[in-house]
Design a protein around this ligand. Structure first.
Ligand SMILES: [Zn+2]
Ligand SMILES: [Zn+2]
Length: 242
């Protein structure tokens, strides 16, 4: 599979091409184009080869550990209570995510949403809040990638989705271009929650968790608004650089 995808990536046309094929035939794997009946759009081989997050990760931050709380969370606990990540942000998810966000390949939200649905428990929370996007960014991109994934998760529980009352009031430079300390400083005060969340259990949905600075700042804001418990539900988690 890797050989096929690498060849396709080399000419930078694989997803455009496979998207076209998928639209035409509806039953082809997004990655290798072989026939599949899976609703995820991936054949069983490609599905099995995805870089899944280890199940033994730290329950609070989602980074690799023996399944117990990691040292970092013990020393300096984040504002969110748990993290559920389906995948590691590595090949081919990184390439797919880039195309999802920057080439408007919205159909990939189906696959990301369905994969995430397998790792989370909707009954565990009262509300699901997608990571808000600043209006200027939304205008630029045309859609909020976290909201599209959250819509898939809440397809049969629409009353749990709340994407209007948590807003991003500060336009910040893309977090990817910043170091951890800068990210924390940069994102401070970025969110506003316009509802009382007293006693509510909330899940924040996002596409990728890198340092967790944005998720942490939003979790802090949600807790200030009264939330009793905040979970991070993310499609992919980056691993720290060694
Ligand atoms: Zn495949
Ligand atoms: Zn941890």
């Amino acid at each position: 599979m890797k050989l096929i995808i690498n060849n396709c990536l080399k000419n930078n046309q694989w997803l455009n091409l496979t998207n076209f094929i998928q639209v035409l035939f509806k039953q082809n794997c997004i990655l290798c184009t072989s026939a599949t009946k899976s609703k995820l759009g991936l054949c069983s081989d490609c599905l099995n080869e995805l870089p899944y997050s280890p199940t033994s990760s730290c329950p609070q931050c989602g980074l690799s550990s023996n399944g117990l709380m990691c040292g970092s969370c013990l020393n300096s606990p984040p504002d969110f209570d748990s993290t559920h990540a389906v995948l590691i942000y590595a090949f081919p998810i990184d390439a797919m995510m880039q195309r999802y966000k920057y080439s408007s390949m919205l159909h990939l939200s189906q696959m990301f949403g369905q994969l995430l649905a397998q790792r989370i428990n909707l009954d565990n929370v009262d509300l699901i809040i997608p990571m808000p996007m600043h209006p200027a960014r939304l205008k630029e991109r045309g859609f909020n990638q976290a909201l599209e994934i959250a819509k898939i998760l809440t397809k049969n529980n629409k009353e749990k989705l709340d994407y209007r009352r948590s807003i991003r009031q500060k336009l910040t430079p893309p977090q990817a271009s910043l170091q951890f300390k800068e990210r924390v400083k940069n994102i401070k005060g970025a969110f506003q929650v316009n509802r009382d969340l007293t006693g509510k259990r909330v899940a924040i949905v996002d596409d990728v968790m890198t340092t967790g600075a944005s998720l942490n700042e939003l979790a802090k804001t949600l807790k200030k608004a009264g939330a009793s418990h905040v979970e991070c539900w993310v499609v992919a988690r980056t691993l720290p650089l060694k």
